[in-house]
Write a protein that binds this ligand. Structure first.
Ligand code: GRG
Length: 270
């Protein structure tokens, strides 16, 4: 199957799973469930859960048992976006082409909707019956992971000093790279892959996550583009993708789908 078709098929499967896991708006407290659903649907690219599924399949997984774990990753991602948009953080009025959660509802509702999505994510991870997935994702999104990256980003932005390469590398690897790394790794952890394979998946995910951010910066004309210029950032993204692909040599042909997704990430224009 063509990889774009694969991505669209998996996106539908993930959306159905998310719909099943998030309480309906008619369930009390209605306002909170409405806000949670508002933020998760129709949603964005769902690239992290898709990577988790493709990684699970590269390790021999064939069924839908990875879906709670993949969905948890998307729920956690959604929580970070809601909180990132809050007035005390980035103060963004729009997300994914519509009002951000706190603008549509209220600040306190958005804060709690983010908390509830994060909590639901961990409930799903706990049901996976694999404590290593919980540990890995906790590490990825904690104070030395995504939250750490967010703190340094806000500190630097508010200091008004010109951001240097070292800080930008820290912010990118933490805010974006860690959750990608964890998403790809958990597919292997959940399938019971060897340590060697899990490490390879992690490095692949880290490089792909960094590339994803470089491409985001190219699209937004921001971040790395301000330091290196667009031409150099394009070269960096291509180089990093090649490095990511080398990490998967140990999988042979089974890595095909992950490699194709990496190619689509580096080529993306939106
Ligand atoms: C509040 C703890 C906390 C963290 C916030 C994720 C994040 C950290 C902030 C969002 C802003 C941002 C540009 C982060 C870098 C990661 C990133 C590119 C997020 C957007 O991911 P996409 O493009 O979003 O996958 P969609 O909408 O497709 O799901």
């Amino acid at each position: 199957m063509d990889t774009r078709k694969y991505i669209s098929k998996k996106k539908n499967i993930i959306d159905k799973a998310l719909d099943k896991y998030i309480p309906l708006s008619k369930v009390r407290p209605n306002l909170l469930h409405k806000a949670m659903r508002y933020s998760v649907f129709p949603g964005g690219k769902r690239i992290r859960p898709i990577l988790a599924i493709a990684s699970f399949e590269a390790c021999g997984g064939k069924d839908n048992s990875i879906l709670p774990v993949a969905s948890a990753i998307e729920l956690i991602h959604s929580y970070t976006l809601i909180h990132d948009d809050l007035p005390c953080m980035d103060n963004d009025d729009y997300r994914r082409g519509k009002l951000s959660c706190h603008k549509k509802f209220d600040e306190w509702v958005a804060l709690l909707a983010g908390d509830a999505l994060l909590t639901l994510g961990f409930k799903l991870l706990s049901e996976s019956g694999n404590v290593n997935t919980i540990r890995d994702i906790s590490e990825a999104i904690g104070s030395c992971g995504v939250i750490g990256g967010q703190v340094v980003d806000i500190e630097k932005t508010r200091s008004k000093a010109r951001i240097n390469k070292r800080d930008l590398d820290y912010i990118t690897s933490h805010k974006t790279g860690f959750l990608f790394e964890a998403a790809v790794k958990v597919g292997g952890i959940f399938k019971g892959a060897s340590k060697k394979k899990i490490n390879s998946l992690g490095s692949f995910g880290r490089h792909v996550g960094f590339t994803f951010q470089l491409i985001d910066d190219l699209i937004d004309e921001d971040g790395y583009v301000n330091i290196y210029g667009a031409g150099h950032v394009k070269k960096m993204a291509r180089l990093l993708t090649e490095r990511a692909k080398v990490e998967l040599k140990v999988f042979g042909k089974k890595a095909g789908r992950l490699l194709a997704i990496a190619d689509l990430i580096v080529e993306r224009k939106t």
